[in-house]
Each structure stands twice: as structure tokens, then as C-alpha cells.
Design a protein around this ligand. Structure first.
Ligand code: ADP
Ligand code: MG
Length: 697
């Protein structure tokens, strides 16, 4: 066994009990894991504070003084130990709640200590709970200037593994590690990027001699982490592209050509043309296509999907499109049937509300191969929906589907069908590079001509009357209006009240019979929802009050105003999606963001971003910056949230470098046969990441 793979239990001073805690609390299983458990900060121990000068906001202070007045207070669970620490400038209390007996015995009065910890206010006085103590006369033999501070947990601390305990273990382990921490990156990569070697980087991070060394060493560890993430993804992609079979659609036939020449009512945008070409190339490569199509709402993704579907049909295959909601599936069905009218293709719709008899007929025609294009919802992935020869699958708004659901679709044929997943939630480039490292990405970054940019305005509650006036004016011009309320599941009933209050005030302001107002929310059954949506779509109601259920894909080109209530409570991605509900026709559209007067800083920045730009990618970048990747849709399974040292937001240059580095290696040596790359092959064999986007997306 490699030294670094030795179970942590075998480190002197750990043992089974602590080992179990280290595993549970910090994911530390091996020597290697502990070596890679890095300090989150350092304390310059030469920078002593004095007691009178303690800044309560400091996360950490180093003091030097003597101990007086040791007291045990309270009984049982609430007992604690207090000691006064005194220096030339004053006195504060040190307090312990756990391990009292041991601490009491080990502390000596009238001896000078170096005391480190976080100051806090308790009973109006400054105190430090569970400080790290060291006798000044026995100061660390190594006499380090920078003391590493490791994060720990209450459970670990109760077993003596506070930052100091961890530091002790690490120090010991490092001493044993001499010559036993192997390099994991190829030698030529280490040389090319001037990286410190692994062993010395790790040592420096735990015990730096000066701050500059930390940066260089951390960079190296971050690069390594990102490098292997990229390697996993890119190798999976490479594997798929070279090994998995797939339909070869090399014919551009009658259906495609007739549609393109006779039916297409407009010229494709440059971006649409480019993407169709990319898809065509994939489809005739002989390998399964697995492509992500990103494009803002209204950029014309559906049309690209339709053209691709026609290629599949020209090549004698069936194809299907799966949408996340019935409303969307209906809409796609209506649009696509209309556009394909007269071409003699058989298009069918299958959703949860398709009648049983009709369902049976559809399933039979699918098996017989009589249906060319099937559009639907989750109903498509049911087991008994079987195709004669499914060759191409489109998934709209892919982030709305679970992994399982999606992957069911491409087991519906013996040869895996080509897959195109579409999303209108743009993914920042850094993330796309990582998360979708094994997917091919296409981007439609151009809107069809003639669209007017949506005007976004921020209004506070005091301007509500003006907003109502504006709505009235738009309705008098024949336009329609959305008013959206946030609805977050946790406090659903409370916010449902917000929504109902809002609805009532709208109805008061815009009374019947002159005005008709619809309301739609998640608590309504889908029939009632569809009924109200239908009325709004047909223009029978002018105002739609709703929760975010209308977020995805609803297409009412006549709607020109989107009022978002409590806009500060929405994330940027969601605001962007909502705004995309307007501006779908030729008229000037408006998005009004309503907020209270007081906004948090991040609330302010979100609103400002929305007012400043309509570019989905810029918004996505801002979202990532403001919230970090943890909240972004669809990333939970991606592995990037488990990164230990690197940080996808702040380490973008490193992400790029790692990606390019891996690309170069795989291009030069696709099967990793060269001596330099043997270590990478070993890594891939050993470390099968539990995930592959090629199977997910
Ligand atoms: P997405 O699915 O990306 O939100 P859609 O495909 O629904 O966008 O397109 C939005 C609207 O723009 C549709 O009404 C569609 O017919 C129209 N459209 C698509 N491509 C073009 C184009 N090249 N020129 C003009 N209109 C287009
Ligand atoms: Mg769409």
C-alpha cells in the first residue's frame, strides 16, 4: 500500500475512535487525506495583541499573559471553568465548557502563556472560549512564525482535535512523509507550468515560512485538483466520442429541404445556422451525439431542435421532444404541428392528460413506426412507451429533469439515440468548462432580428400608483400584463397569502367587467391552472397574477409587461427567466422590479444587474459571483461542489489552464500511453468518479 493510502487510524495518536470521527466529520480516511486537509488561515504569532487593544471583530487574537482566579462554575452539563488572563494592559476571561478536569489540571497559575482564540462578548465582557494555550517558556520547539489554523468541529474538539490537535497530527505525519509523497502530475506538466512538487507544496501549506510561498503552493494544489476534474470529464467525453456507437444520419432529405425552403417563415440567424451545422456534424459522425444547446429565452432553440428532428426523420428514424410541463408540451405540439403542416409527417402529443384510449392508440402507432415525432412530458419515459426506431431525443429545459428521468430516454433503442438537451438558463463559461466538460456545447448567442430589448425598471412600493397607471396604459393599447409573486416552498402558506392579497388589490385597482384578471399558483390542480393559462393566452384576461409557475417557456407574445413583486427575493437566474416571458412579440416590453425601500447589498446588486443588462451570460456570471456555485441549478451532482482547494468562482484562470493542459495531453496522447502519462491512466482506473455527464444529460 502507498504511504498516502494508509488508513488514518494507523497514525500514532489517532486510533479507531478518533479515526471514525475524522472520517465522519472531515472526510479524512487516509494519511493522504490528512495531508490535504489544509489550514484555512494562519496566525502570525509574532503579532501579539494586548488585552486592552482587543478588537472584538477579529476572528483570532494572540495574547501573552498570566493566569489568575481559576473557578469551576455550575453543575453537570452547564458547568464551566473560568480563568482570568492578565497582561500589562488589562484582564479578560478565558472559559471552557468541556474537558474541564483535564484542563484544570494542566493549567498553571502565575505562569506566562501564549493564548490564541476568538474573542467574543459574554455578559458584557470580552472573553475567549476554548482558547489554544501554550506555555510561553515551552514555546513550540520549531518556533514557527505562522501558525496554521484548521477548522474543526465540536465533536472533534471534544476529542482533543481542535486546530492545535490537528496541527500536531499533521506535523507528525509530515515528519514521517519524507520522500513518501509522490508526484501525481506528469513531470512535463510540472515543468511546463513551473509548479512546485507535490510534497513540498503540501509541506509549505501546513508550515509556511513566508506568505508568498503559501500562494504558490496553494496554486499548485488547486491546479492539480482542477486538472484531475478535467481529466475525468474530458476522458469520458473522448471515450464516448471514440467508442460508443451511434446512428449515422448522413442524409439531408426531402423533409428537411422542403421545410427549409417552403415552410420556414424567416431566415435563420447566424447563430442558428452555426448550431445546426454543429449538430449535423455530430449526427453523421457515427457516434452518439450528446450536445447541450444553450440560448437565451426566445433565441430560437426550438426551431433548431425541429430542424434536427427533421434530419432524423429523413434518416428513417423516429424522434421525440420532452418538455417539463404540460403547458410547454402543448405549446411545442401546437407550434410544431403548425409549422410542419402539409409535409405529411405524423406528429403526436403524449402527456399525463392524454385520454386512456388515445394513449393506447399513440403507443401502438409508436411501435408500428407510424408516428414520426412525439412530443410530451414525463409521460414519454414510461416503460410502455416503446418506439419502433427512436433515433433522436430532444429535452427542453433540461435542468427541470432528474438524472434518472433523462437517462431513461436513451435506453429506448438498442443503438443509443442522439441527444440534444436545451437550456435557457445560461451557465457561466467557467462552469460550463468544468461541469459540462464531457458534453459538447452549442450556444445561440444572437436573438432573431427585430426584437426590441426589454426595458427594465426598478420601482419601490411608494411608486406603486405610477406602476398601476403604466399597466392601465399598456392594457388600453391592447397589451397584457404579468404580476409575479415569489413563492418559496418552506413558507408556502404565508406567501400564498401575499399572492392572494396582491390579487385582491389588483382586482380592486382593475375592476370587472372592464378588466379581467387571471390567477395561477402551484396549489391549484393542473386542470384549473391550464384553464386560467388558456384564458390568458387567448387574450380573454389582461392580467395574469401568478407565482413562478409561469417561469418556464410560456409564450404569450402579446404580453408586454412583467411586474415582479418582492424582486429582491428572487435569484438572478429566476429573474432572468421571468423577464423572458415578455419581449416575445414585436412590441416594446417592460420588466418592472418591485422592491421595498431597504435592500441588502446583494439585493441591490442583483437588481442593478437586471436593470443594466439583458445578456443571460453576464447575468449568470454575476449570479455565480454573488451566490457561489452551490445554489446554481443542476450542479448538485456535478462534483465541482466537492472541490477541496480550488474555487470555481475565484480560480477561473486556473480552470482555464487546467482545461487547456488536459486538452493538449489528450490530443497528443489520446490513450495515455506515453511514459509521462502513465500516472494519469492509473488515476482514471483508480478513481472512477461516480458520475459521468454523458449518461446524465
Ligand atoms: P426558445 O425556445 O429559444 O425560447 P423559440 O424557438 O421558442 O425560442 O423562438 C422564439 C420565437 O422566435 C418563436 O416565435 C420563433 O418562431 C421565433 N424565431 C425563431 N428563430 C427565428 C429567426 N431566425 N427569425 C425570426 N424569428 C425566429
Ligand atoms: Mg423554449
Amino acid at each position: 500500500m502507498l504511504f498516502v493510502d494508509t488508513p488514518i487510524e494507523f497514525l500514532k495518536g489517532v486510533g479507531p475512535a478518533r479515526a471514525q470521527l475524522l472520517q465522519h466529520e472531515l472526510d479524512i480516511y487516509t494519511f493522504g487525506d490528512l495531508l490535504e486537509y489544509f489550514p484555512y488561515r494562519y496566525v502570525d504569532r509574532t503579532k501579539l495583541s494586548t488585552i486592552s487593544a482587543i478588537d472584538i471583530d477579529e476572528p483570532f487574537v494572540v495574547l501573552r499573559g498570566t493566569l489568575h482566579d481559576m473557578h469551576s462554575v455550575g453543575e453537570g452539563r452547564s458547568s464551566r471553568l473560568t480563568v482570568q488572563l492578565r497582561d500589562a494592559t488589562g484582564q479578560i476571561e478565558l472559559v471552557w465548557f468541556q474537558g474541564l478536569k483535564w484542563i484544570k489540571e494542566s493549567l498553571k497559575s502565575d505562569v506566562e502563556y501564549v493564548v490564541m482564540g476568538k474573542p467574543s462578548i459574554f455578559n458584557g465582557r470580552i472573553s475567549i472560549a476554548h482558547p489554544d494555550m501554550e506555555r510561553a517558556d515551552r514555546e513550540n520547539s520549531v518556533s514557527l512564525k505562522y501558525i496554521p489554523i484548521y477548522s474543526s468541529t465540536e465533536k472533534l474538539k471534544s476529542k482533543g482535535l481542535n486546530t492545535k490537535g490537528i496541527a500536531k497530527l499533521t506535523e507528525q505525519l509530515l515528519r514521517m512523509s519524507e520522500g513518501r509523497i509522490p508526484e501525481v502530475l506528469p513531470n512535463n506538466v510540472v515543468a511546463k507550468y513551473h509548479l512546485p512538487n507535490r510534497a513540498s507544496a503540501i509541506e509549505v501549506i501546513h508550515y509556511p515560512l513566508n506568505p508568498q510561498d503559501i500562494t504558490v503552493s496553494l496554486q499548485r494544489m488547486k491546479f492539480e485538483e482542477l486538472f484531475f476534474l478535467q481529466l475525468d470529464y474530458q476522458y469520458a467525453k473522448h471515450d464516448r466520442q471514440t467508442k460508443s456507437g451511434g446512428f449515422c444520419f448522413d442524409i439531408i432529405g426531402d423533409y428537411f429541404n422542403r421545410f427549409y425552403k417552403e415552410k420556414l417563415p424567416f431566415e435563420l440567424t447566424g447563430a442558428q445556422k452555426r448550431v445546426v451545422k454543429e449538430i449535423r456534424a455530430d449526427m453523421k459522425s457515427g457516434h452518439q451525439m450528446n450536445r447541450l444547446l444553450q440560448g437565451d429565452v426566445g433565441s430560437g432553440k426550438t426551431l433548431v431542435a425541429l430542424l434536427s428532428m427533421l434530419i432524423a426523420v429523413d434518416n428513417k428514424c423516429q424522434t421525440c421532444l420532452m418538455a417539463p410541463t404540460e403547458i410547454l408540451a402543448d405549446q411545442h405540439y401546437a407550434n410544431i404541428s403548425r409549422m410542419l403542416d402539409g409535409l405529411g409527417l405524423n406528429v403526436a402529443l403524449l402527456t399525463g392528460s392524454t385520454k386512456t384510449g388515445e394513449k393506447r392508440k399513440i403507443k401502438q402507432s409508436l411501435r408500428d413506426g407510424n408516428i414520426d415525432i412525439l412530443i410530451g412530458t414525463h409521460a414519454l419515459i414510461e416503460k410502455d412507451v416503446q418506439f419502433k426506431n427512436l433515433g433522436f431525443v430532444v429535452i427542453d429545459e433540461q435542468h427541470r429533469f432528474g438524472v434518472e428521468q433523462r437517462s431513461k430516454l436513451w435506453t429506448k433503442n438498442t443503438i443509443p439515440p442522439h441527444v440534444l438537451v436545451m437550456t435557457a438558463t445560461p451557465i457561466p463559461r467557467t462552469l460550463a468548462m468544468t461541469v459540462y466538460g464531457d458534453l459538447d456545447c452549442s450556444v445561440i448567442d444572437e436573438l432573431p432580428p427585430g426584437r426590441k430589448a426589454i426595458k427594465t425598471i426598478h420601482c419601490t412600493d411608494s411608486q406603486r400608483l405610477k406602476v398601476f397607471g403604466f399597466i392601465r396604459e399598456q392594457i388600453s393599447k391592447g397589451r397584457q400584463v404579468y404580476v409575479v409573486y415569489p413563492l418559496i416552498e418552506e413558507s408556502e402558506s404565508l406567501e400564498l397569502k401575499d399572492l392572494m392579497d396582491g390579487y385582491e388589490s389588483i382586482v380592486r385597482e382593475f375592476p370587472l367587467p372592464q378588466y379581467q384578471t387571471s390567477i395561477v399558483h402551484g396549489r391549484m390542480d393542473s386542470q384549473a391552472k391550464d384553464y386560467e393559462m388558456g384564458r390568458f393566452k387567448r387574450g380573454e384576461t389582461q392580467i395574469m397574477v401568478s407565482t413562478t409557475v409561469i417561469e418556464v417557456g410560456v409564450d404569450v407574445p402579446n404580453a408586454t409587461v412583467m411586474v415582479i413583486e418582492n424582486a429582491e427575493r428572487f435569484g438572478l437566474a429566476q429573474l432572468h427567466q421571468l423577464r423572458g416571458r415578455v419581449g416575445r412579440g414585436g412590441e416594446q416590453s417592460y420588466c418592472i422590479l418591485m422592491t421595498g425601500n431597504k435592500l441588502s447589498n446583494s439585493g441591490k446588486e442583483r437588481i442593478k444587474t437586471m436593470v443594466d443588462t439583458t445578456d443571460g451570460f453576464r447575468i449568470a456570471e454575476a449570479d455565480l459571483r454573488l451566490r457561489g456555485p452551490g445554489d446554481l441549478q443542476g450542479l448538485q451532482q456535478s462534483g465541482i461542489l466537492q472541490l477541496k482547494v480550488a474555487d470555481i468562482v475565484n480560480d477561473e484562470p486556473l480552470v482555464r489552464a487546467a482545461r487547456e493542459c488536459v486538452q493538449d495531453i489528450l490530443q497528443d496522447d489520446p490513450d495515455l500511453q506515453k511514459p509521462d502519462n502513465v500516472c494519469l491512466r492509473l488515476h482514471l482506473q483508480k478513481n472512477k468518479r461516480g458520475l459521468s455527464w454523458s449518461k446524465i444529460s
